[in-house]
Design a protein around this ligand. Sequence first.
Ligand code: PMP
Length: 397
Amino acid sequence: MTAPIFANWLSQTNDVTQIFLGASEDPNLINLAGGLPDPSVWPVAELASLATTAMMDHPDKSLSYSPIPGLSDLRDTVARRFSKDGLTLTRDNVMIVSGGMQALDLIGKVLLDQDDIIAAQSPAYLGAIDAWRPRGPKYRALDLEAQDFDPAPALGGAKFAYTVPNFSNPTGRLVLLAQRHALVQAAYETGTYLVEDDPYGTLYYEGDVLPSMLEISASMYKGPYTGPVIYLGTLSKQLAPGLRIGWVIAAPEVISALVTGKQGGDMCTAGLTQVIANTAITSGLVERILPKILELNKTRRDALCAAMDAYLSDLFQWRVPQGGMFVWATARNPQLNTDRLLRVAIEHGVCISPSSAFDPLGLNHSAIRINFTLNTAQDLAEGIQRLAAATRAVLDT
Ligand code: PMP
């Protein structure tokens, strides 16, 4: 017999998410659903050499258990990398996690109580929704499209606010500078944490890089950071997701609480990839490969948007994102159900992510997320033609 709690978990799992994650493994499909970088950007030979050096020269660090908050060298490196005029970080502000996804999981585990309120950018990252689902949180939407964006009412009484300010997953949208200031201000006024999830902050293809809310909030302090922002970073889109290296930057007491959660989880992030990551950052490898990543992604974004202009503009509308990995397209006909479109698109040989996966209540059914980083320009164009045919088939039935 299935234990009740397990049955509960299964009944809450979003089957649409299972479908597109599963289908994206099919080699016959053009996968526009996932969020993967192109493998050609991974510096494989350099990483292999760093792995050998890590094991030969530092077996104590790379092959043993690590301290729970992460190797001190890497914590110091992250603290240095993010310290700026006005933002002072020490090792105590930093913990290393097994990808940003683990940070989201720990935040749910440590900060959230049953039925707590989260003020979230809407639509929201499906990994965060999944991580927090077991706590049954209630969501309030942060309406970034509002003329006079005032987040204070949404934040008041919430356990934390959650945003992906740079090229959000799923919408590809930026949280504007004034909105960032308003969020920080509201966090102070209401005493609410602000979770700033930033995997795409290095992926600006044009436009000025906006300051993070971590930086904005730090201007209110002197000395090491003690503000309300819980900043999440990762090497997944800047180096390689398989390394599973991410970090949390926050006030020391938040770091201590999350470390307690990690102790009861994986206990430590793999030492081997922590040593590799530290050298990859300090040697400049991460910075050296960035231009190649930006160029490839930008070319593919342009190819995708050109194909969408050619084949999809009578069916969907969208904004061209200035960075990141995704275009969010909303059906011109609100009757189009994109859960159903997913199933028909798979029959047509293409896979997209439907909007219901990014809505905690699963109610948004009229938009899709399209990834542009994984496929060649040719496959993107073919995928969009298949998607247009699938959309027409759904609308005709
Ligand atoms: N947050 C967001 C918004 C993401 O898009 C992702 C990756 N898809 C993550 C967190 C997790 O990334 P990782 O665990 O690979 O660091």
